[in-house]
Ligand binder design. Structure first.
Ligand SMILES: [Fe+2]
Ligand SMILES: [Fe+2]
Length: 188
């Protein structure tokens, strides 16, 4: 874990590293409430934005050869590919093979249908760490400590309407994720 922490600290800007540490605090808090493995949380959170620290040309080259390609939305805004690229780096640079950890990194930006406990924790901790001050963050903050699925639904609704209001294309993974969390609610 120290190797990961050192590498991340070295590679990320100070600002992004501090964000990562705040996400880690929040994720460990949620992990304590909902019973997730601490080591898995640490690996996933420390590396969740690692893919952002690389030159866009490097990410673009990777995207063009990865199983995620072709993905027009990521190709148009290469920054959106930092999750899948980060999961790739976690495997090749740090030897992480736990699928759950890789998925938590891979899907932390868009979410997806059928997210695991770890995936929800990483997604939400990233969304509500104390540095996030947008409208609606507090709503998700309150929900997250009680019900991760409700919090996911609210976070996805907010981010989808934000992206839509700016006229940007919505990623199908997020839309599928929102449908999934809505269905989950109605079946209970
Ligand atoms: Fe991210
Ligand atoms: Fe992040």
């Amino acid at each position: 874990m120290n190797r990961i922490r050192q590498a991340v600290k070295k590679k990320l800007s100070e600002e992004r590293y501090q964000h990562t540490l705040r996400v880690l605090d929040k994720a460990l808090e949620l992990g304590g409430i909902f019973g997730e493995d601490k080591e898995k949380i640490e690996k996933a959170v420390l590396l969740h934005d690692y893919g952002k620290a690389f030159d866009p040309a490097v990410t673009r080259r990777w995207l063009s050869t990865s199983a995620f390609a072709p993905d027009d939305i990521m190709a148009m805004n290469i920054d959106l590919a930092h999750g899948p690229f980060g999961a790739y780096l976690a495997r090749v640079e740090f030897g992480i093979e736990e699928e759950d950890v890789l998925n938590a990194i891979r899907y932390h930006t868009f979410g997806r249908a059928g997210m695991s406990l770890l995936e929800k924790i990483v997604f939400l901790a990233d969304y509500i760490e104390p540095g996030r001050r947008f409208d609606g963050a507090d709503t998700v903050r309150r929900l997250a400590v009680k019900d991760l699925d409700e919090a996911m639904k609210a976070a996805l609704e907010q981010s989808i309407s934000y992206v839509a209001s700016r006229g940007r294309p919505l990623h199908p993974l997020s839309l599928e994720a929102l449908e999934y969390f809505k269905r989950r609610r109605s079946h209970e």
